[in-house]
Design a binder for this molecule. Structure first.
Ligand code: ADP
Length: 589
């Protein structure tokens, strides 16, 4: 990760956002810089004119001309700076949009399992912060080239012609400040790395305590105080780290300031001695003295702020670049057109940093098979469903579709023909129609949104959906709130709507009562007739209606077969069945 940053690519990325605007922004910045530097010359001319006028050697018009030149230069500097900053604002907005889009595109190419790794999430968070810093970084470099450099060069030549030692002494007195900046930026880079995980924790605890999705549960559980307490704990650790760095940075700054002031006093001394010795004219002394404060302000801004920002942004960009260069899942390989057969061969799987949660899975699912996956919590059902979908790639063994290993298929397109509804499905704060049709570029053959909703048991009544399919499903956006069961049906409708050859249902029905759930699954099995369907379920009555059942235990397939076979030979399955049969057998038979 300690790679050097290619500054050219940073610039290229930034100026390509809007090249014409880019040009004008820095054209006007240069106008500002040049005009500002020339004011020293104009000031000297004005002072000289005033002296000559006092001696009666020139007319008042000559003095007024010098005043006019000075005013025009001030005006040019102000106008240049105003126009440049207006262009800069719009440019920043555009750049952020573009960089963010790139990050999102990149995110889409990672393995889904990467999102389970905290370090990956930290990197992503840092990259998002670093995205806009590219523009800030390029902006500072461009300001140095078009504002500060012309200004210091013109001013430097002016000073050199008056008294060469001044041209050398002035930059030297800023050296301590520059050093202090370098030290500070290193400290802050280190700090950012240490605090990223803390910031994520803070955000999580804060959202548990106050966000709409959590607030009801946290109130009921009476856990608000606990979350606030935890948030405070993490926040104060975060603050302590910041404070430590701030203290050290403060000392570095004080030391630099003392050295700087000593140098400043030296420069004033040189100026005075030069006037007394007659090396420079009184008008030149007055001009240098008067413009010195502007110079110091510029230098301070450059070293105290802009260099510091430069270093901070540099660190941020490195994070952004490292993320953008991070290896993604291979994007080449064939595309799946259909599912005739899915094979899992000696598949093992572990989550990052963990032990195997699936072991030696051998499984074949043929076309038009409805496979039920049963077993106790934590036995690996959901993980297996994700492997079947190609969302996770096995750590050992392989998954093949129609005899082709996932290694030879394009990872990014593995789910193009697959559909799934998970337990933790998402509730999109969009319209009802959008909640369904975001699922697919292309809907399932001849199926419209209304039909998908209908099959999932949603009735489009005026009371619940006043604006029919255009009803917004979020109260905060002026729409309606739905019950948990209705949301589940919407998630299922979304799963049905997408054109797919493989459909996976991972118990998304917890909020639907058993009778309705049974009906829903029947509809679902019907829809899935022509497909491969995988249903993860606790309800064995439902599993019974499938063509094949696999029984999972501690990450392994304990047994597989149809209901009757399992009942006859699998002790564990029989036990599960007997426990449930009493409650559900009437409903399912
Ligand atoms: P089931 O669906 O049968 O309840 P899962 O597939 O969800 O089982 O989980 C199987 C095992 O994998 C469990 O031990 C669980 O703790 C672990 N596991 C699940 N998700 C993750 C994750 N994101 N990171 C680490 N371990 C996980």
């Amino acid at each position: 990760m300690k790679k050097r940053l290619n500054l050219f690519t940073v610039f290229r990325d930034v100026w390509r956002v809007a090249p014409v605007k880019f040009f004008w922004e820095y054209f006007f910045t240069a106008v500002d810089g040049i005009a500002l530097a020339l004011t020293a010359v104009a000031l000297e001319k004005l002072f000289a004119a005033v002296l000559l006028f006092a001696e009666g050697k020139i007319f008042v018009w000559d003095v007024l001309r010098a005043v006019l030149v000075l005013l025009l230069l001030y005006l040019a500097s102000e106008a240049g700076s105003g126009i440049a900053s207006y262009l800069g604002e719009t440019y920043s907005g555009l750049t952020v949009q573009k960089m963010r889009k790139r990050i999102h595109e990149k995110q889409g190419r990672f393995h889904t399992i990467d999102f389970e790794e905290p370090e990956f999430l930290n990197e992503m968070q840092r990259a998002c912060a670093g995205a806009w810093q590219q523009r800030a970084f390029a902006n500072i470099i461009m300001d140095i080239l078009t504002l500060y450099l012309p200004y210091f060069l013109i001013y430097g030549v002016y000073l050199y012609r008056r008294k060469p030692v001044l041209a050398l002494a002035i930059p030297l007195i800023f050296l301590p400040k520059l050093l202090a900046q370098v030290i500070k930026s290193r400290m802050y880079l280190d700090l950012e790395e240490k605090t990223a995980p803390l910031a994520r924790k803070e955000e999580a605890y804060a959202s548990y305590a106050a966000e709409r999705d959590y607030v009801k549960e946290t109130r009921l559980l009476n856990t608000v105080d606990i979350f606030i307490e935890r948030w405070r704990g993490v926040r104060s650790r975060h603050d302590q780290l910041i404070l430590k760095v701030q203290k050290r940075a403060y000392f570095a700054e004080i030391a630099a300031l003392l050295l700087h002031l000593a140098g400043y006093a030296g420069v004033i001394g040189i100026l005075l001695v030069s006037v007394f010795k007659g090396d420079i004219a009184v008008s030149a002394f007055a001009a240098v003295f008067a413009s010195l404060s502007a110079l110091i302000e510029q230098m301070d801004e450059l070293i105290g702020e802009r260099f510091g920002e430069l270093a901070e942004n540099y660190a941020g960009i490195k994070n952004y670049r490292a993320f953008m260069e991070r290896e993604t899942a291979p994007q080449e390989g064939g595309e799946l057109e259909e599912y005739r057969e899915i094979n899992l061969k000696k598949v093992c799987f572990s989550y990052p940093g963990g032990e195997d949660v699936l072991k030696d899975i051998d499984l074949t699912i043929n076309e038009r098979t409805r496979l039920a996956v049963v077993g106790e919590n934590g036995s690996g059902k959901t993980t297996l469903a994700r492997l079947i979908l190609g969302l996770y790639i096995p750590t050992e063994g392989e998954v093949c579709y129609n005899g082709i290993s996932t290694a030879r298929l394009c990872y990014g397109k593995l789910q193009k023909q697959a559909s799934a509804v998970f337990q933790n499905f998402r509730k999109y704060k969009m319209t009802l129609c959008e909640n369904i049709d975001i699922a697919a570029d292309e809907p399932a053959a001849q199926m419209g949104v209304e039909e998908a909703l209908n099959q999932a048991g949603i009735t489009l009544s005026k009371e619940v959906f006043p604006e029919h399919l255009n009803t917004m499903l979020a109260k905060e956006f002026g729409g309606v709130d739905l019950s948990g069961g209705q949301w589940q049906r919407i998630a299922i409708a979304r799963g049905i709507y997408k054109k797919s050859g493989l459909i996976v249902l991972d118990e998304p029905t917890a909020a639907i009562d058993p009778m309705q759930e049974y009906e829903l699954y029947q509809t679902f099995l019907n829809v899935a007739k022509e497909k491969i369907a995988v249903i993860v379920t606790h309800r064995l009555g439902l599993a019974k209606a499938c063509d094949k059942i696999i029984v999972m235990q501690e990450g392994r397939i304990l047994d597989a077969g149809c209901h009757e076979e399992l009942l006859a030979r699998c002790e564990y399955y029989k036990r599960l069945w007997d426990v449930q049969a009493a409650g559900y057998v009437t409903a399912y038979n």
